[in-house]
Design a protein around this ligand. Structure first.
Ligand code: ADP
Ligand code: ASP
Ligand code: MG
Length: 419
């Protein structure tokens, strides 16, 4: 008998038919003798619709109220799933995040889980029930409802798996697993069978939204093995775990892209010690995440500073920068939302020199201009114009030999056509 924590994303519970299909899958697991917990997202695009509703009544909704609103989406799907299981003649109980003791810090809209008090889940499992838990939400020690950032149900699932000491955390989604690139953008992308936490973390951090970055971080810190797989088939998906010798050592594991960031530039800021500390200190105080930073060579005692930030933090970043520009006596500030980041991720970069040169050459050949560049030991990222993202990702995927040959064979012209 195993203890399995499963997670079903928005598409997997997008309609009542799909909720019934999830119920059947969970009941089959229960009948096979496993203890079953399911963490569930809001149905389909409900979270997006709730965000739209908020924006219709308020330009800048208070974050506490936003979390109050967004957390309702998951409450609908957990109750419906529990009902669908009852309809099949099995016992299920649904709990909100606060009810099962998902305790978080107080950073609304991107709270971090600090503790999982899983006693209530354990008790319900001991009573033989299938347990359904609302993803994406938690509660602060002083009783405020929080949410964990978009895609946060993945993190709830991993945290519950860690809290229960589950054998595996199965994340069911609308693709077969983690691919070498987003399969919606690159039809020749290949499914990866096994990937290390380290590489998955870099992929998630640089735009592979199939797993929320925090969930991978949490899994690595608590040794939870993730199985990311399709909710529409029984095929094995991708295992995410600690690197070991049995893993295939590809130099490059994947190409990722992210169109959700924006670039802010402060022009002609006086160049003296403490300026960068002021700008980025103030952004940190306002909980703005900063990704890439570039400062130009100083001319005439002034310089330009550019940085990128997630779209979700942009409104706050603009507010801070408008104030800081005034205080520091900079000339002006600009925002560019038409940017994209493309990244190459692979542990083999550590031992294979020249990957950056090959990456830049492939992008140049595809006519893609590079704006900002940043690296980690196993990742190289370039900011480009958002309109060129598709051709950039495809060019890199091909240049690093990641294309699925069988898909290429199907889509290329038949032999002898003289191409
Ligand atoms: P869920 O609602 O199940 O959480 P998400 O939309 O968050 O699903 O994540 C699944 C989506 O992630 C896929 O439909 C796919 O388009 C996207 N995706 C981006 N990069 C990758 C990748 N490298 N491998 C697989 N899917 C990816
Ligand atoms: N419903 C939330 C979202 O759409 C959380 C999740 O699906 O993981 O981001
Ligand atoms: Mg998701």
């Amino acid at each position: 008998m195993a203890l399995v924590v499963t997670k079903f994303g928005g598409t997997s519970v997008g309609t009542t038919e799909r909720i019934r299909a999830v119920a059947e899958r969970l009941v089959a697991r229960k009948l096979a003798g496993d203890d079953v917990v399911a963490v569930v997202s809001a149905m389909g695009h409900v979270t997006d619709e709730l965000v739209d509703l908020a924006n219709k009544v308020c330009d800048d909704p208070p974050e506490r109220e936003m979390d109050m609103l967004l957390s309702t989406g998951e409450q609908v799907s957990i109750a419906l799933l529990a009902m669908a299981i009852h309809a099949l003649g099995f016992d299920a109980v649904s709990f909100t995040g606060p009810q099962v003791g998902i305790v978080t810090d107080a950073v609304h809209s991107k709270a971090k889980i600090t503790e999982v008090r899983a006693d209530r889940v354990k008790q319900a499992l001991a009573e033989g029930r299938i347990v359904i838990v609302a993803g994406f939400q938690g509660i602060t020690p002083d009783g405020q409802i929080t949410t964990l950032g978009r895609g946060g149900s993945d993190t709830t699932a991993v945290a519950v798996a860690a809290g229960l000491g589950a054998d595996v955390c199965e994340i069911y989604t609308d693709v077969d697993g983690v691919y070498t690139a987003d399969p919606r953008l690159v039809p020749t992308a290949r499914k990866i069978d096994v990937i290390s936490y380290e590489e998955m973390l870099e992929m998630a951090a640089s735009g592979a939204g199939v797993l929320q970055m925090r969930s991978v971080e949490f899994a690595r810190n608590h040794g939870v093995v993730i199985h990311c797989r399709s909710s529409f088939s029984d095929q094995p998906g991708t295992i995410v775990k600690e690197a070991d010798d049995s893993m295939e050592q590809a130099i490059i594991s994947g190409v990722t892209h992210d169109t959700s960031e924006a670039k802010l530039t402060i022009r002609d800021v006086p160049d003296h010690p403490g300026v960068a500390a002021t700008v980025f200190g103030r952004l940190a105080d306002a909980n703005v995440n900063v990704d890439m930073i570039i400062q130009n060579v100083s001319e005439d005692g002034t310089t330009d500073i550019s940085f990128t930030t997630p779209g979700t933090d942009l409104a706050r970043a603009k507010r801070v920068i408008a104030e800081v520009v005034e205080e520091l006596g900079a000339r002006e500030w600009l925002v560019d939302e038409n940017i994209a980041k493309v990244s190459l991720v692979g542990a083999g970069m550590r031992t294979h020199p020249g990957i950056a040169a090959r990456m830049f050459a492939a992008l140049a050949q595809a006519g893609v201009n590079l704006d900002l560049i940043s690296t980690s030991p196993i990742r190289i990222s370039c900011v480009i114009a958002s309109g060129q993202v598709e051709q950039a990702v495809a060019a890199l995927h091909t240049a690093f030999g990641l294309d699925d040959e069988s898909v290429l064979a199907e889509t290329s012209p038949a032999c002898g056509e003289g191409v």
